[in-house]
Design a protein around this ligand. Structure first.
Ligand code: TMP
Length: 213
């Protein structure tokens, strides 16, 4: 019997402002690869680590009580746990790892709070494997805010204020690493999924080897 395995782990990141549709797209991509018997796992940041849980409480209750630097530490500590316990082992095992947010969110969101984006990048790149592709789903801030209000039936929390998200968006726009792929987030869910899928298929094309068991 023969089976197809990946020659190396592949890291795919989905980024964008709140309401961009990242989580929906990450799950669609996961389902698509899983259906094709490609070894894949999905994860998201913030995680459920002790640091991630503190972040989620802050997001609901108000982040004014915490300094940007302290908040930044929580995201970095959460990510260190994520990289060491899940991301690195899965990549080593030859899986596709799909992440809903990664350190580009820290560059953009904590950068928009006044921290230095270059310092954030440098500190994260010390322990974070770089992605094979980082999709940034582009939508106008207003659409993102409307989606949060209408579809999720929620009032935007303090992480989601329009002016703040404008600044976050501007930092996402400035990222120009070779693995960044900008995806138009307007249109239907399937349309956006197909835009992402074209790139993922090209990325995976030469990464398989046939194993005889
Ligand atoms: P979520 O809405 O994708 O669950 O993310 C929770 C919030 O956390 C979202 O508003 C973006 C924010 N965030 C940061 O500010 N910095 C980060 O490093 C990450 C991963 C998320």
């Amino acid at each position: 019997m023969t089976s197809r395995v990946l020659t190396k782990g592949i890291l795919i990141v989905i980024e964008g402002i709140d309401g961009a549709g990242k989580s929906t797209q990450a799950k669609l991509l996961y389902n698509d690869l899983d259906r094709r018997n490609i070894p894949v796992i999905f994860s998201r940041e913030p995680t459920d680590s002790e640091y991630g849980q503190k972040i989620r409480v802050l997001a609901q209750k108000g982040r004014e009580s915490i300094q940007p630097e302290e908040e930044y530490r929580l995201f970095v500590n959460d990510r260190k746990v994520h990289v060491h316990t899940l991301i690195n082992p899965a990549l080593k095992a030859g899986k596709v790892v799909i992440l809903d947010r990664y350190f580009f969110s820290t560059i953009a969101y904590q950068g928009a709070l006044g921290l230095d984006p270059e310092k954030i990048r440098a500190e994260n790149e010390i322990f974070c494997p770089l992605p094979d592709a980082a999709f940034i789903i582009d939508i106008p801030t207003k659409i993102g805010i409307d989606r949060i209000k209408n579809q999720r039936n929620e009032t935007p929390n303090l992480f989601e204020k329009e002016q703040y998200l404008e600044n976050v968006s501007r930092i996402f726009d400035s990222l120009n690493d070779e693995f960044i792929v900008r995806i138009d987030g307007k249109g239907g869910v399937e349309e956006v999924h197909n835009r992402i899928r074209i790139h993922v298929d090209a990325l995976l094309e030469n990464q398989f080897q046939t194993v005889i068991e």
